[in-house]
Design a protein around this ligand. Structure first.
Ligand code: NAD
Length: 479
């Protein structure tokens, strides 16, 4: 426990103790470790009836939670962040075993730390009424009210952090929350909610692990007022359709295929480390990771060489081994997607710069760090979301060609421009069709800075004051 923590609830020493508190007494579905195939633990899976019951309890609890007011909710959410910090190592260990990401590097401990930080950030703003017109005749004020019950549906790549992104602003604004975690990583979210619920009042925050049918029910449930969804674009479209009958508010954080545009003036060695982590954070399983890199021909070889050098220094292996900073793919389906896209690129004549030689006898879903060069810009590895440790590096003749390729797809979550000339980079950034464009980094998110997609990467903003307003009902009082 940190010296400054005020948490006086239970502190679990390790993942085993934490699991003992959340596993069903008997039965449940076994979850296996993607690095080893070992059983991590059992999850008590919920049904649609369990979801319905949770939503009704959340609905009943909402007026009382709202009535506590902002100051008390802020206090409770900060106490919940203390509870995460007090249990950080146990949470990180469980996350590492279930998701596969290493403890070390920008991975499991980093994610748990981020979860606490984003929870605190949701308490950092006043959401004051805004006087819209006050001209002597009209007096109109915009208020931000609670919406009611928020249904949150999440993915398997950053299960704890993304759950916090969904629940923290929602709770702060006086809503109650029902979470439906990914079927691949339910234990991480159940454990997180268990820790938070040591501090939060009863019935305010629920989690119902379950399959697609539970997610579908969240999307159509008449008592759910808003959906926070993070996942694939195809699932997002299904949710948009099934939420239409109840006109739910939606925040859609969907898939991406982020482009990086390198300008000829870069110092390849100086940017290589940031390029690497932009693409390979969480072993490439990150929504806003760099997924296709466009490099002008005059600097192509230098960038490739520098990236290979950095990539070769990054150990991949089971997450509990402290030396590793890259892990396995989280599940077999994702492993197959990555392997298939790389094979397709190789078959069509692209050059393997590094990796692309998976060991078929390995215990876990390890796919080696892979860099693919001399690749056709229309290759599937470039235009489809690989969501794994395989980066295509596309040679272009100039920045105009890079911009055209970058904007050619129907997704636009993030993008990046790499240059030693800030003004020039900003000009290029303005022409890229993406919700966020980073300059000389990629995917570096901050709880104060709004984040959301363009095009079919979704709509609605998370984080910061915008994120709080997105889980509130604006109400105008006029007169
Ligand atoms: P997914 O869409 O397969 O699943 C996400 C969740 O939706 C799961 O909980 C699943 O059970 C549920 N679900 C599935 N079908 C449903 C339906 N018909 N109705 C309601 N819920 C349903 O996504 P995934 O494979 O877990 O995550 C990977 C994808 O998520 C990638 O495309 C990635 O880019 C994207 N992602 C986006 C962001 C972002 O912020 N934009 C962040 C992380 C991941």
């Amino acid at each position: 426990m940190s010296a400054t923590s005020t948490h006086d609830g239970i502190v679990y020493a390790n993942a085993k103790e934490l699991l003992a508190a959340i596993e069903p007494a008997s039965g449940g579905r076994e979850i296996s470790d993607p690095a080893t195939g070992d059983i991590v633990g059992r999850v008590a899976e919920g049904t649609v009836a369990d979801l319905d019951a949770a939503v009704e309890r959340a609905k009943a609890a909402q007026p009382g939670w709202d009535a506590l007011g902002h100051a008390e909710r802020r206090r409770l959410l900060n106490a919940a962040a203390d509870a995460i910090e007090a249990n950080a190592e146990a949470l990180a260990e469980l996350l590492s075993r279930e998701q596969g990401k290493p403890l070390n590097g920008p991975n499991a401990r980093f994610e748990v730390g981020g979860a606490a930080a984003w929870l605190r950030a949701a308490t950092a703003y006043d959401v004051d009424p805004e006087v819209v017109v006050d001209d002597g005749e009209t007096y109109a004020v915009k208020h931000y009210r609670a919406l009611g019950v928020v249904g949150a549906i999440g993915p398997w790549n950053w299960p704890m952090m993304i759950s916090i992104w969904q629940l923290a602003p929602s709770l702060r604004m006086g809503n109650t929350v029902v979470l439906k975690p990914s079927e691949y990583t339910p234990l991480s979210v159940v454990a997180l909610v268990h820790v938070l619920n040591q501090v939060l009042p009863a019935e305010v925050l629920h989690v119902i692990p379950g399959g697609r049918e539970v997610g579908e029910r969240v999307a159509e449930h008449p008592l759910i007022d808003k959906i926070m969804f993070t996942g694939s674009t195809s699932t997002g479209k299904a949710i948009i359709r099934s939420s239409a009958d109840t006109v739910k508010r939606l925040t859609m954080e969907l898939g991406g295929n982020d482009a990086g545009v390198v300008l000829p003036d870069v110092d390849a060695k100086a940017i290589a480390q940031d390029l690497f982590w932009g693409a390979f954070i969480n072993t490439g399983q990150t929504c806003a990771a760099l997924k296709r890199l466009y490099v002008p021909e005059e600097i192509y070889d230098a960038v490739v060489e520098a990236l290979i050098e950095v990539a070769q220094q990054m150990p991949m292996g089971p997450g509990l081994d402290e030396k590793n900073v890259l892990g396995p793919l989280q599940n077999q389906a994702q492993y197959r997607i990555v392997a298939e896209l790389v094979q397709d690129a190789v078959d069509s004549g692209a050059k393997v710069l590094l990796g692309a030689n998976p060991q078929s006898d390995a215990a876990g879903y390890f796919y080696p760090t892979t860099l693919i060069g001399e690749i056709d810009p229309n290759s599937r590895l470039v235009i489809e979301e690989q969501f794994g440790p395989a980066l295509p590096i596309i040679k272009v003749k100039d920045v105009e060609e890079a911009i055209a390729h970058a904007n050619a797809l129907d997704v636009g979550l993030g993008a990046s421009v790499w240059s030693s000339d800030r003004a020039k980079a900003t000009e290029v950034a303005a022409r890229l069709q993406a919700g966020t464009v980073w300059i000389n980094s990629h995917g570096t998110i901050d709880p104060r800075v709004p984040f959301g997609g363009a095009k079919q990467s979704g709509y609605g903003l998370e984080f910061g004051l915008d994120g709080l307003k997105a889980v509130a009902q604006p109400q105008i009082i006029n007169g």
